[in-house]
Design a protein around this ligand. Structure first.
Ligand code: DC
Length: 496
């Protein structure tokens, strides 16, 4: 039996490194949160963990110098790079801005929202701590304190959100490295190599070091100097460039560069991270046109469309198959053997499968809507659906529609949109839809149905319909479908 692999990262759980470790490894490894970045390196060096995840640089604040310094003395290899989007939030026990006198955070995160804090909390004292999670622990203990941390930290440490997404630059990414004792990854044709070196003490030493890049046509992506911690006024250069150490011309250039140095180390060759996924969350009332607009946008922007309503419908269908009257049903039991899959076809249809059976048309039956209230207001069902949706969005770019996608399921979604339309407009759209399908319709009962569904969606105890504070509001009442799709595409293009 093979031993379960393990990953070390700067903890505790809910830190940004822990979020990065989950994004890279999912649930497939055992997790070893560490007290410091130094401990992450030692844990892998001492074979206590197979892999380490360390932050290397942030798009707003620059390099994580502690990590760079650790690379000088280690024999570990960089196996992978991964960019993780970082959303920062102000969290406190009460959720009330008025009571905050102190703000705790990690120096990097504090730096990423400096302007926001200066404008919104000019007289609060800012206190630097070892991690965003220890900041959350301080805030959980002191009613006058707040923490700058992840939304996950709020859930984990029982804090309320005072303000969401307070980072000064919304395009805020941190680049992480996966480190291990394994040999370098094989060339993929789109790789990067990282080295660290110290040049000889002579005129134009840096120019000589970098000349092979020009001679061999190698694209340098980054250069950073750090003071050598052993010799005063000597510097180490950290350099990233495109290409794999085993491929020509990189291998030839590396040999030439080595001759120009007194210290030279290849830190790793690894595939370039091109898996930057985006999550688009679209919420709004029934009949606002969400699903049609999302499917068309998905096709035009190569996103996967996910229909969360269809999942609630599928759970309801499954439960009704088991028991005609859902009163007193233990949903937790029913969810155990429930396998739901969704496929978005190249022609723009979204098919839903329950335990292998295509239920796409069965879940549109009247009886489903008559029973969905009980099912969709159950906390176990909501947890089940939320976990499923988060898992689906982990590895690919998605556009999802629902009622609570931007508020509960993906409060950190890259783009949040709330689509609305008046009751009369939604009624007339639904009537047209039914007529186009050749169905006979009673206009009054359609309007009544829309009003009833609004009441059900708005009053649900768990995951009730609401506009996320930072969602873009779009009233589609006087817009054509083409106009709404064009508007959403413009928002996506602007953000990416
Ligand atoms: O989008 P729809 O009409 O297929 O959704 C069916 C029901 O599922 C809707 O009335 C409320 C529930 N739902 C929910 O509670 N949360 C979501 N994210 C999506 C749907």
């Amino acid at each position: 039996m093979s031993k379960e692999k393990s990953v070390a990262f700067l903890g505790p759980e809910a830190s940004f490194s822990s979020i990065a470790a989950s994004a890279i490894f999912g649930n497939s490894v055992s997790r070893r949160p560490q007290k410091s970045i130094h401990d992450v390196f030692s844990s892998v060096e001492k074979d206590e963990s197979d892999f380490g995840v360390v932050p290397i640089e942030n798009s707003t604040e620059g390099s994580v110098t502690v990590t760079l310094d650790e690379f000088i003395g280690t024999t570990l290899n960089i196996m992978e790079e991964r960019d993780v989007r970082i959303s920062l939030n102000l969290l406190s026990k009460s959720g009330d801005m008025g009571t905050i006198k102190k703000v705790y955070s990690h120096p990097q995160s504090m730096g990423q929202c400096r302007d926001w804090l200066n404008i919104n909390l000019p007289s609060a004292e800012t206190i630097i701590v070892a991690s965003t999670t220890s900041a959350a622990l301080f805030a959980a203990d002191d009613p006058e304190a707040a923490a700058v941390a992840s939304i996950k930290a709020a859930e984990t440490y029982g804090l309320k959100t005072v303000a969401k997404n307070i980072e000064d630059l919304k395009n805020n990414y941190t680049r992480f490295f996966v480190i291990s004792k394994l040999p370098a990854a094989l060339p993929t044709g789109n790789d990067k190599t990282s080295i660290v070196c110290t040049v000889k003490d002579k005129p134009a030493a840096l120019l000589s070091l970098l000349k092979p890049f020009a001679d061999y046509g190698i694209n340098m992506k980054k250069i950073e100097s750090r003071p050598d911690r052993k010799k005063i006024w000597e510097y180490n250069f950290f350099i990233d460039f495109l290409g794999h150490r085993d491929d020509l011309p990189v291998s030839a250039a590396l040999e030439k560069m080595r001759e120009e140095t007194v210290f030279f180390k290849i830190l790793g060759s690894y595939p370039v991270d091109i898996k930057k996924t985006i999550t688009v969350a679209v919420d709004g009332p029934a009949g606002s046109g969400k699903s049609t607009v999302c499917k068309r946008t998905a096709l035009l922007k190569s996103l996967k469309y996910i229909d969360s309503g269809a999942i609630y419908r599928s759970v309801t269908w499954h439960c009704l198959e088991k028991k005609k009257d859902l009163g007193g049903m233990d949903f937790k039991d029913e969810l155990n053997d429930l396998d739901i899959k969704q496929v978005f076809t190249g022609s723009g249809a979204c098919l839903t499968f329950v335990n292998g059976q295509d239920v796409s048309s069965l879940i549109r039956d009247e009886t489903i809507l008559n029973n969905i209230g009980t099912v969709s207001d159950n906390p176990d069902v909501r947890d089940f659906v939320n976990t499923l949706l988060r898992k689906w969005a982990e590895s690919e770019s998605v556009i999802m529609d629902g009622r609570d996608i931007g508020t509960v399921v993906f409060p950190d979604a890259d783009i949040k949109i709330y689509l609305d339309a008046s009751v009369d407009i939604r009624t007339s759209r639904r009537i047209k839809e039914y007529r186009d399908m050749g169905k006979k319709v009673d206009e009054n009962s359609i309007k009544k149905q829309i009003i009833q569904r609004d009441e059900q969606d708005l009053s649900r105890k768990y995951g009730a319909l609401a506009k996320a504070e930072d969602a873009l509001y779009c009233d589609t009442s006087s817009m054509t479908q083409d106009e709404v799709v064009a508007h959403i595409i413009e928002i996506i293009d602007r953000a990416s």
